[in-house]
Ligand binder design. Structure first.
Ligand code: SF4
Length: 329
């Protein structure tokens, strides 16, 4: 399958953003193409500025980009004054979800079935089928009922050191799922994934391409419990915990999966390939298109990775639009 921009994709994009103003009589593919590309160019420029501002604002470690010549506000004002279509508003303020999460408490966990040896159901033995994710827990049919079944899990030693079980958060019918390797200290304390500084940066990155973590996006980790001192997941922990993520993916049925960081990608794809080798390619996770980009925490420490990350994020958004247009279900 090849991925490209077609008039049909551009038409959907324009309609979704209330920019498709042609009557049936005026409609022709060339005009759609022209207007669509103009809109994309404006979006790209605007998002680039937001992105640069977000990175610059989030950490004193992140240098302001030298190519920045105007602010997003100035760009918006100048575009409103000419005859070109207005750029849609993008919320630049900190996500209200972040503030809400500060007062949110983890969802209470019900008592597990007394017959369960490790206070969570055992995964069904599955035979890997190329192009498919087999369901390791077919008895559960919703994200909430599955969470309730596994939130007391004691299958690996991380259950003894965790503060909170971190299931995941977002839209349970999302087209896009972002996956990290394991919860960090902030996530362990709050019970939600990506809630520290890295999580705030992730929210800004998503906003730069007009996405929000609760709207068509779901965020989860391979491990549901925090490994002490942020060490990498161990094989026995992955063996017990990955079936939970697979079940989540079975229920969500995303069109695109993005690994946040090398470790998560290497675990999921069973590879030792470097991040450099995996980035920029459309990989495959049991039949679902799979991209790899930098972990937001690594981005905070390494400002030189901001430009390649921006390229990854643009590719992610373009591919998502393409996948949704070819399979709107
Ligand atoms: S990391 Fe996963 S397998 Fe280990 S205790 Fe937590 S939920 Fe269970």
């Amino acid at each position: 399958m090849t991925y490209g921009t077609t008039p049909a994709v551009l038409k959907r994009l324009l309609k979704r953003n209330n920019k498709y103003k042609m009557t049936k009589k005026e409609h022709n593919q060339q005009q759609i193409f022209q207007e669509g590309l103009q809109f994309l160019a404006q979006q790209a420029e605007y998002s680039k500025i937001l992105w640069a501002e977000a990175l610059g604002a989030f950490s004193p470690l992140v240098a302001k980009p030298s190519e920045k010549t105007t602010s997003a506000e100035e760009l918006k004002r100048s575009q409103k004054s000419d005859s070109s279509p207005a750029i849609p508003e993008v919320d630049q303020s900190p996500s209200p979800d972040i503030n809400q999460r500060k007062v949110l408490r983890p969802i209470p966990c019900p008592e597990p079935d007394p017959s369960w040896r490790y206070r969570a159901p055992e995964a069904e033995p599955t035979i890997p089928v190329p192009g498919e994710i087999e369901d390791p827990f077919p008895q559960y049919t919703s994200m909430d009922s599955f969470r309730a079944a596994i939130c007391n899990c004691q299958k690996c030693p991380l259950s003894r050191t965790r503060t909170n079980f971190v299931y995941g958060m977002g839209d349970p019918q999302a087209s896009l799922v972002l996956i990290g390797e394991s919860p960090g200290a902030d996530e362990d304390a709050q019970g939600f994934p990506f809630v520290g500084r890295a999580g705030q940066l992730l929210d800004k990155i998503l906003a730069a391409v007009d996405l929000k973590r609760d709207n068509d996006v779901y965020i989860a980790n391979i491990l549901k419990c925090h490994p002490p001192e942020n060490r990498n997941p161990r094989a026995n922990e992955v063996e017990h915990c990955e079936p939970y993520l697979i079940k989540q993916l079975q229920l969500i049925k995303p069109k695109l999966i993005v690994s946040l960081g090398r470790i998560a990608a290497q675990i999921l794809l069973r590879t030792t390939d470097s991040l450099a080798k995996m980035r920029g390619r459309i990989l495959d996770y049991h039949g679902v298109p799979f991209l790899v980009t930098f972990h937001p925490a690594a981005l905070l420490r390494n400002p030189q990775w901001k430009r390649p990350t921006w390229e990854d994020v643009q590719k992610m958004k373009d591919l998502l639009i393409e996948l949704k247009s070819t399979d709107p279900s």
